[in-house]
Design a protein around this ligand. Sequence first.
Ligand SMILES: *Cc1c(COP(=O)(O)O)cnc(C)c1O
Length: 405
Amino acid sequence: MERVGLHTSDYIALERQYGANNYKPLDVVLERGEGIWVWDVEGKQYLDFLSAYSAVNQGHAHPRIYRALVQQAQKLPLTSRAFRNDQLPLLASELCELTGYERMLPMNSGAEAVETALKIARKWGYMVKGVPEGQAEIIACSGNFQGRTISIISFSDSEQYRTGFGPFTPGFKIVPYGDAAALEAAITPNTVAFSVEPIQGEGGVIVPPEGYLRAVREICTRHNVLLLTDEIQSGLGRTGKLLATHWEVVRADIVTIGKALSGGFYPVSAVLADSAVMNVITPGDHGSTFGGNPLAAAVAREALAVLVEENLIDNARKMGDYLMDRLRQIDSPHVKEVRGRGLLIGVELHPSAGGARRFCEALMEQGLLCKETHDNVIRFAPPLVIDRDDLDWALARIEPVLMMN
Ligand SMILES: *Cc1c(COP(=O)(O)O)cnc(C)c1O
């Protein structure tokens, strides 16, 4: 096939022919992005209302993060952890100062950060809590999404994520999300950790009942169980707080972050904990060739600086309140519920609406990109740099689409 002058259909055909079939993307082929906007290969402009699942909180191609990336790429992109580099210590100190944890462990993807947190929790269970070797239990929640590795899907309750991938890693239990009493009932002397998303993103933007996070914090403390919060999607400003647990003034023992730590440029994730927990890991226990590389560290440092210095966390809260308010005023027969926090918003449709996908496709036609999660929820999660005029632009397209037959 001729490789110049390709159109949307040509790119889709190539991907269909040569790519693994593990995604079902909207049929838009993007080639450029700036702030909240992206452009496809035909030159059509779209407002990005997904932000790469919250990995682009700072907006596409942010000039400051771009400069940090290029400068570091010119100097030194990779050392491995066999040697030290001059960026990782700065990221570690800046991230710990920002989040109030004593230590961080850098990885690359979100799933790797979650795996790391599980390993730390298990080792803490054996070394500190005194759980008999091989007996550690970790409790997770129904409807969770924490990544795609075999151990992580071992505690998923989604048939689709699991079917065909067994046998699974033992040592996990599932309790209903949002039910603190169920957590307490499931805890045994061998329970080392409770893993929870403060808001379930992939699960359909599920906000637990008020007081849930405070209650699970108290239960974990009382039973000497680590509270492990997965803030890979909900963290770094998305919900209008630095971490979504801050809404209930809760501090977890282990936190995973990722996605927006990348500034939308370069995969980087991290695990946060205090020394009493993190120090169970000693040299050789765990690592990654690319984890903590200077390019990732330089990008993450700038991504965090932009988040703070541009007041994106505050903006997420203000714009989120406005967007949620306006969405709730839309009197559509299809809408069952509008829920969320900050700029992580789910619009749940009635089963009779015919699925969220057709609404996402109609919005794409109107120049607004978003994605269904599960069958009946449209997730709205624009970059946190968005302002009120742009939300009004989006609402002028969302309203008629939600009203369509
Ligand atoms: C996206 C996500 C992950 C997995 O991150 P990857 O970078 O895709 O591996 C884990 N937990 C939550 C809550 C997520 O939203």
